[in-house]
Design a protein around this ligand. Structure first.
Ligand code: HEC
Length: 246
């Protein structure tokens, strides 16, 4: 028997192929995702994100496919500065960004081991990550006293609480708790500064997910310039050749 594809099926397949991943992700927990566009041309932002990452995340989450050296080179950070201010372990600049976290222990402490984050913006997406880091809120029923809007019952503590401060739910009635409010003065950064910090971490992790993308953007500009110049000469040559024919 011949395999048949009904037109209706083909349409459904096409829908899933072309449906933007973030539109689907947004509805999973019902949290209204705040839009986020990664900026891979923003080198200072990725440098700050790198710094925040080694200070607040690397203790638990490795980047096991990423070397300090490559990261420093791609983000325009001299090696001696990277060694001095970004590598706190006895690792060398050529080493992979692994963590000393004991994974078996971590499973016991947190309920789940902290996953490697090299591919996180490809497994999830940058917008998800941005919203995740902004939506920890106080929930006394959880082991670390916090819960998360886009990753309910996550095992991770709110490691950026010093910076952001604490958020609490505002409930209209017993069932409708859609908004989060920041407890005034509970963090060391203002809301805009915290937004920027989270933007920086997300930009950095988006770079890590595909380090050659930054290079490709740079190359792409040269390729386009080359094509424009080539186009001008082709046009002139074309005119020259046809001049005598007409
Ligand atoms: C104290 C250890 C610890 C630190 C520090 C930490 N995390 Fe986590 N993180 C965890 C654990 C444990 C999980 C797994 C939770 C689960 O699956 O329930 C997790 C999960 C995550 C996830 C979800 C991964 C997934 O399953 O898709 C992301 C994203 C994440 N962390 C980002 C970060 C970032 C960014 C930082 C730094 C700002 C950070 N974490 C700092 C322990 C930590």
């Amino acid at each position: 028997m011949k395999a048949m594809v009904k037109p209706g099926h083909a349409l459904i397949v096409l829908f899933w192929v072309f449906a933007p991943a973030h539109a689907l992700a947004a509805s999973v927990t019902g949290w209204d995702m705040e839009a986020f566009e990664p900026e891979l041309q923003n080198q200072p932002s990725m440098q700050r994100g790198f710094r925040l990452y080694v200070n607040y995340c690397l203790g638990c989450h490795s980047l096991q496919f990423q070397r300090y050296e490559r990261t420093a080179d791609d983000l325009g950070i001299p090696h001696d500065i990277a060694l001095e201010s970004l590598i706190f372990t006895n690792q060398k600049v050529g080493d992979l960004m692994t963590t000393a976290m004991d994974l078996e222990g971590a499973k016991k402490w947190f309920g789940a081991p902290p996953p490697d984050l090299t591919m996180i913006t490809r497994v999830r997406d940058p917008e998800w990550l941005y919203n995740y880091l902004k939506t920890f809120y106080v929930d006394e029923t959880r082991p670390f006293g916090v819960n998360n809007r886009v990753f309910p019952n996550v095992g991770m503590p709110h490691v950026l609480a010093d910076l952001q401060g604490l958020q609490v739910e505002a409930c209209d009635d017993a069932t409708e708790c859609s908004e989060l409010f920041l407890v005034e003065g509970s963090g060391s950064l203002s809301e805009t500064e915290y937004d920027q910090a989270v933007r920086d971490i997300t930009n950095f992790l988006h770079y890590v997910g595909d380090p050659s993308r930054v290079e490709r953007y740079r190359l792409g500009i040269y390729v386009l310039l080359f094509l424009v110049i080539l186009g001008v000469f082709t046009y002139l040559l074309n005119r020259e050749i046809w001049k005598d024919v007409h």
